[in-house]
Design a protein around this ligand. Structure first.
Ligand code: ADP
Length: 219
């Protein structure tokens, strides 16, 4: 499996606005009779959700970087082979809230693991399955911190990383955008949420061949 047209992903640091945009997109797609399957990483299968609990638990402070990347990859391997590949074979649409680019950005650039190893693991876990388009929502870690503090509540294990950790992650995402400009769409996350939604919608209409005329005549 390589880049698959029915599969798109959202990337960005936490609080960049991914969930907000995914919800807006789902509402819009529903109006056009398209009901994609939404997957969040890590998770999406019973096994992957259990791995998610281990990964995000704030009490697992002793987790090493290698354990972390292997657990993310394990959760993803299960999701890809149990759910995603069968769904795509049935012609379903999939929207992923994070995919292997997050591993490259967080474990590769953020934690400093060898990028070649990260790439190999990503390919191994996914058998090469790649999103057709990846919407990267770009905000500064300072802005993320502001949004986080206005939300309040407890931090998970990854959220507790320092500002420099998130700066490296952001650099990682920006590098990925430069390396794969045909796949990544970088969006300024400081823009108004409806403006961002419109940029995403224009792109989705193109790649999924959604035509407003068809919708009007069907009504
Ligand atoms: P993520 O899923 O990337 O963690 P969310 O969609 O949950 O991000 O958004 C994080 C916070 O930022 C929420 O409080 C949300 O209301 C706010 N937010 C989302 N989009 C924007 C935007 N374009 N401008 C300002 N704040 C936003």
């Amino acid at each position: 499996m390589e880049r698959h047209k029915n599969f798109i992903s959202f990337e960005g640091i936490d609080f960049s606005g991914k969930s907000t945009q995914i919800q807006l997109l789902l509402e819009k797609l529903n109006q056009y009779g398209i009901a994609p399957i939404l997957l969040r990483e890590p998770g999406g299968t019973v096994i992957s959700e259990k791995i998610r609990d281990i990964l995000l638990s704030p009490v697992h402070r002793e987790m090493t970087e290698k354990t972390e990347i292997l657990l993310y990859s394990a959760a993803r391997a299960q999701l890809v082979h149990q759910e995603m590949i069968p769904l795509l074979k049935q012609g379903k649409y999939i929207i992923a809230d994070r995919f292997y680019d997050s591993t490259t950005a967080y474990q590769g650039y953020g934690r400093g693991l060898d990028l070649e190893v990260v790439r190999t693991l990503n390919r191994f876990a996914t058998s090469g399955l790649t999103p057709y388009r990846t919407f990267y929502i770009d905000i500064l870690p300072e802005e993320a911190a502001k949004r986080k503090s206005s939300r309040g509540g407890e931090q998970d294990r990854l959220e507790s990383g320092g500002l420099d950790f998130f700066e490296r992650i952001r650099e990682g995402f920006l590098n990925l955008c430069n390396k794969e400009p045909q796949r990544f769409i970088r969006i300024d996350g400081n823009r108004n949420r409806m403006e961002i939604a419109e940029i995403i919608w224009q792109e989705i209409m193109k790649i999924w061949s959604i035509r407003l005329e068809d919708f009007r005549t069907n009504k």
